[in-house]
Write a protein that binds this ligand. Sequence first.
Ligand code: FAD
Length: 466
Amino acid sequence: MTDKQQNILIIGAGLCGSLLALRLGQRGYNVSVYEKRPDLRKVNISAGRSINLAFSDRGNKAIKLVGLEEQVKSLCIPMNGRMIHDVHGNTFQSNYSGREYEFINSVSRGDLNALLLTEAEMHKNVNIYFNRKCKSVDFEKTTALFEDYETKKQFVEDADVIIATDGAGSAMRKSYYLGKKFLFSFSQDYLTHGYKELSILPDEKNGYRTYKNALHIWPRKDFMLIALPNLDGSFTVTLFLSYEDGEYNFNNLTTEKSVLEFFKKEFPDALVIMPNLLDDFFKNPTSPLGTIKCSPWHYKGNTLLMGDAAHAIVPFYGQGMNASFEDVVEFDKVLAQNLKTWEQVFKTYESNRKKNTDAIADLAIDNFHEMKDHVAHPIFQKKRKLEMALEKEFPDRYSSKYSLVTFNENIGYREAMLRGRAQDKAILNLLTNDEISLEDDLKSTLEKVMKETEAILEDDRIAGLK
Ligand code: FAD
């Protein structure tokens, strides 16, 4: 049934859709991809959000699967850790791992997407059509209704299987929801914070105005600013701020004076290197942040949701794209089982995958609080120092929660979450009770942390969390 003569229709040629098209093309399927926007390789379209992204090992596993590791590497800027900026402009760096070879990367969304499109199109059996917006999907008939933005005409496409990778606002997910033909559960939770993109431009010699190989964070408890480097010497800066709470918020920052006042007070060292702040601030949109969960992801053997269309998450773990890429790896694993029907493929994929995407959604919310607040606390900083030392001294025995999530692509997000949360609790308990300290012998500290972690995991098991 899953034979390769069949026609697979993919809706959305973003990061997940273009990677999926490439992989299915490599496997020999007939693939048609319909994308609502123009071809980003020909038209300069501002994606309108997150110009660059943190790319790490789970995403790279997918990139390796399609044989593009070296090409993607050339688009990446390594970020070894977080560079924390306090209100006085003092900085300190906190590495992501005690193992030198573990770091994350900043990559341009547009460059990565363009590479995947080009590689997918090299396969004769893959065709990509731009300026075609999906309006709805008839999941019983396996057809999709499109509008052609160039001719303004509507048309219906028929396929053997439809996979929607059309992002957080998925048209197919909407059809599942509105169709009321099966028990479809859906939740969308907004944060009370939104985000706005700003920039630090290169200096006169096209150099970086601040340290290049870090993810910069200005944590301010209830809000924060972050910056990721781009290959051209600039940084993409993102302000995460409440829409209505606090002295300064997106709703009341309406004048140049108040924006400057806010930045002078909270981010003085950033302001110095952001002469274009006001232009950016009033030109760029403020966008909301939300988590989308739904189930089932598939309707029989006809249709399947993948990537953000199935599980959009807030961006604080830098994992949304990585998780969407990992979807393709997991889907590919199921295809390799040569199951008889698409329904079996979709069911198996979903039952393996959903617990893990639910976990990264929750971890991403945890990290929101960690980045804007905890990173500035002494006890948290002590914990990170200790974890770095443990990872350095015992590279095969200890991995922090961050490392488990980001650098351990061979375990699922759920396992990383359960173990990582237990370890966090264990270290914080032991530090608070003075049972371990930075001065102690590391071997005995590791034993104590492991023992306490196991006890917490055992409690979790008894409570039915595992
Ligand atoms: P998308 O990238 O949204 O692609 C969907 C595609 O479908 C688009 O090309 C769109 O034009 C097209 N489309 C939409 N509707 C239709 C339609 N009706 N018909 C046809 N085509 C359609 N992830 C990370 O891993 N690291 C990060 O650092 C990171 N930072 C982020 C920062 C921000 C501010 C945000 C918002 C997200 C961030 N993410 C990050 C998450 C990441 O952007 C997403 O998880 C990723 O883009 C999901 O890929 P996707 O292909 O599923 O969806």
